[in-house]
Design a protein around this ligand. Structure first.
Ligand code: NDP
Length: 247
């Protein structure tokens, strides 16, 4: 896979799945900027690794819920590197609770971080991608956005909303050669899932035909493919990376 010359942005790219995505894009030759909200050290370490791979890297502090910040990030990237070719909306949080116990704050925080952020970065990146006559947007969803999950109504709604947004965006921008797809992981071993109890992890294994949780590289493999020209005829698609869980 060859991503040489492509300028990429991964929101929340300093840790977890985002970090695996950033490093894999760089391994294939892309320049990669990552954003973070709190984890500056992790983001800077990721950039050091990107640069070790011979690519250009950049870490930018930007709360993904903030539209003005998204515009600032895209402007910085296009001014410094000339274009944005690949946008990966990865930043996300979970604040799980049964609906009777879920607070308005839980709802707003998860919808703002997981869904409004996608609007923020897609809107800000569209003009530069149109000027460059093409681009690839990859939104990191979740299988629960397809299947739903008790205790995750806010998270599932944010990821289901992302699918509707992505398909609409893909239809609007297809004539400009801008593609948009969703990668929907199942259970992937990161800090987000390491809080799960042994019982829950055992249940996940039982419910997953491949019999195990996934790792971040298994998600970034698909993201790299969607970022590349190998996927040039794929848009508006949702690709599950879930060991068969939601089939
Ligand atoms: P982690 O908790 O390990 O990492 C989350 C990342 O998002 C961090 O880099 C974090 O940066 C960033 N982030 C969170 N809030 C914001 C914000 N307001 N602004 C900017 N960045 C932010 O999670 P994962 O790596 O596991 O998850 C990554 C994506 O994959 C998420 O969208 C998640 O919903 C999705 N996903 C994960 C699954 C899993 O099993 N792990 C399954 C399905 C989907 P910082 O620390 O600086 O805030």
């Amino acid at each position: 896979m060859d991503l040489k010359g492509k300028n990429c942005l991964v929101t929340g790219g300093g840790r977890g799945i985002g970090r695996a995505i950033a490093l894999q894009l760089a391994e294939y030759g892309a320049n990669v900027a990552v954003t973070y909200s709190r984890s500056a050290d992790a983001a800077n370490e990721t950039v050091t690794e990107i640069e070790t791979l011979g690519a250009r890297g950049m870490a930018l502090q930007a709360d993904a819920t903030n539209f003005a910040k998204a515009e600032e990030v895209i402007n910085t990237l296009t001014e410094e590197w000339g274009s944005i070719d690949v946008l990966v909306n990865n930043a996300g949080i979970a604040q799980d609770n049964l609906i009777l116990r879920m607070s308005e704050e839980n709802w707003d925080a998860v919808l703002d971080t997981n869904l409004k952020s996608v609007f923020n970065y897609c809107k800000a990146a569209t003009k530069p991608m149109m000027r460059a006559r093409g681009g690839s947007v990859i939104n990191i969803g979740s299988v629960v956005g397809i299947s739903g999950n008790a205790g995750q109504s806010n998270y599932a709604a944010s990821k289901a909303g992302m699918i509707g947004f992505t398909k609409s965006y893909a239809k609007e921008l297809a004539s400009r050669n801008i593609r948009a797809n969703v990668v929907a992981p199942g259970y992937i071993l990161t800090e987000m899932t390491e809080k799960l109890s042994e019982n829950v992890l055992e249940a996940i294994k039982t419910e997953t035909p491949l019999g195990r949780a996934g790792n971040p590289d298994e998600v970034s493999n698909v993201v790299a493919f969607l970022a590349s020209d190998l996927s040039s005829y794929i848009t508006g698609e949702v690709i599950r990376v879930d060991g068969g869980m939601a089939m």
